[in-house]
Design a protein around this ligand. Structure first.
Ligand code: HMG
Ligand code: MG
Length: 302
């Protein structure tokens, strides 16, 4: 990828909706994803094959994946915590999945009910089977800039998990600031440390906006060489096992941010705004995207 383009990974239908009090029906989730793909997003998380007792909002992910019309050049992905999840994803012909680990022990226990090392061991057979089936695997590291339960997380702990996921065969490592505590300085130091062990082209930034720092952190990561960013339509999101965490950086914010400096995203902003309006209406709430809010009020004043 050149200096002039970034890849956006749309996580709204997963990270976004997993944290809404109200579980949305399959039809709405499918329509949201279809609209986002039509707006130009090329990689979209469509669901999670996790325990429906842990995250009821993601129940029906199999049906979502089944109903999505295949589009050339578009990849629909899903989270899988174990082999059971991978098998469910394979069942609906999902061609890319993501495993998720954490850099904090406390978070690992709360989120996936096992230690960091146990999770890495659990992912080995997932990676092996996915490779056998020609399915690409992404790896998440949560709590890269702080943990909701244990506070500061040493950068070396993040680097170790990122390195191990990459060595195991994850083609991309998404660094998750789960609680949005990072600032541009800590983000830059994190990216530099991870890039000493994992190629920078294999790193992605996943910033939650709890402290309003997400756009600044994306810019810091961009300047440090990262070219892949996760974002969520309308700024939806959070993690059910991360108390107080709010949504991901809004996709609208990133498209506007990159457009402003001539970095291509392939996304059509007006179409994206419509997808945002669709999900805001379905959830009955106002957009968390300030770009969407500003552009809508400008349009209605003209
Ligand atoms: P456990 O209870 O330790 O699992 O949960 P278990 O293996 O002992 O199984 C218990 C029950 O779960 C069994 O059912 C299994 O069949 C079932 P029962 O016999 O009791 O009826 N089960 C499953 N069901 C469906 N799909 C599966 C599956 N596996 C087991 N794949 C487990 C362990 C990992 C399953 C659980 O803790 C879990 O599902 N956790 C998911 C948590 C989650 O989804 N969190 C949000 C995503 S991570 C995130 O948001 C962060 C991220 O955005 C980055 C960032 O911002 O930092 C990615
Ligand atoms: Mg997240």
């Amino acid at each position: 990828m050149t200096m002039d383009a970034v890849k956006l990974v749309e996580v709204g239908a997963r990270d976004g909706l997993q944290n809404e009090a109200q579980a949305l029906p399959v039809e709405i989730r499918v329509e949201l994803i279809e609209r986002l793909a039509a707006a130009g997003l090329r990689t979209l998380e469509a669901g999670a094959f996790v325990s429906p007792r842990w995250v009821p909002q993601m129940a029906g992910s199999d049906e979502v994946l089944r109903r999505l019309g295949r589009r050339p050049g578009v990849t629909y992905t899903a989270l899988v915590p174990n082999l059971k999840g991978l098998d469910a994803a394979l069942e609906v012909d999902c061609r890319e999945v993501a495993v998720f680990a954490a850099a904090s022990e406390a978070f690992s226990q709360k989120n996936i009910n096992c230690s960091i090392d146990e999770s890495l061991q659990r992912f080995q057979p997932v990676l092996a089977k996915a490779a056998e089936q020609g399915v690409a695997v992404r790896g998440y590291v949560s709590c890269v800039l702080g943990c909701p339960f244990s506070g500061d997380v040493p950068v070396v702990d993040v680097v170790r998990v990122a390195r191990e996921l990459y060595a195991m065969g994850c083609y991309e490592i998404s660094l998750g600031d789960t609680i949005g505590r990072g600032t541009p300085g800590s983000t830059r130091r994190l990216v530099e440390a991870c890039a000493s062990e994992v190629p920078i082209t294999a790193l992605a930034g996943h910033f939650h906006d709890t402290y309003g720092m997400a756009v600044a952190n994306v810019q810091a990561a961009l300047e440090a060489g990262v070219r892949v960013f996760d974002s969520s339509i309308s700024g939806l999101g959070g993690c059910p096992y991360s108390p107080g965490a709010t949504g991901n950086v809004a996709t609208e914010e990133l498209v506007y941010l990159f457009q402003g400096q001539g970095v291509a995203t392939g996304v059509d902003l007006p179409a994206l705004l419509e997808a945002g309006a669709f999900i805001d209406k379905a959830l009955g709430k106002a957009s968390a995207s300030r770009v969407a809010t500003a552009l809508r009020s400008r349009a209605s004043n003209q």
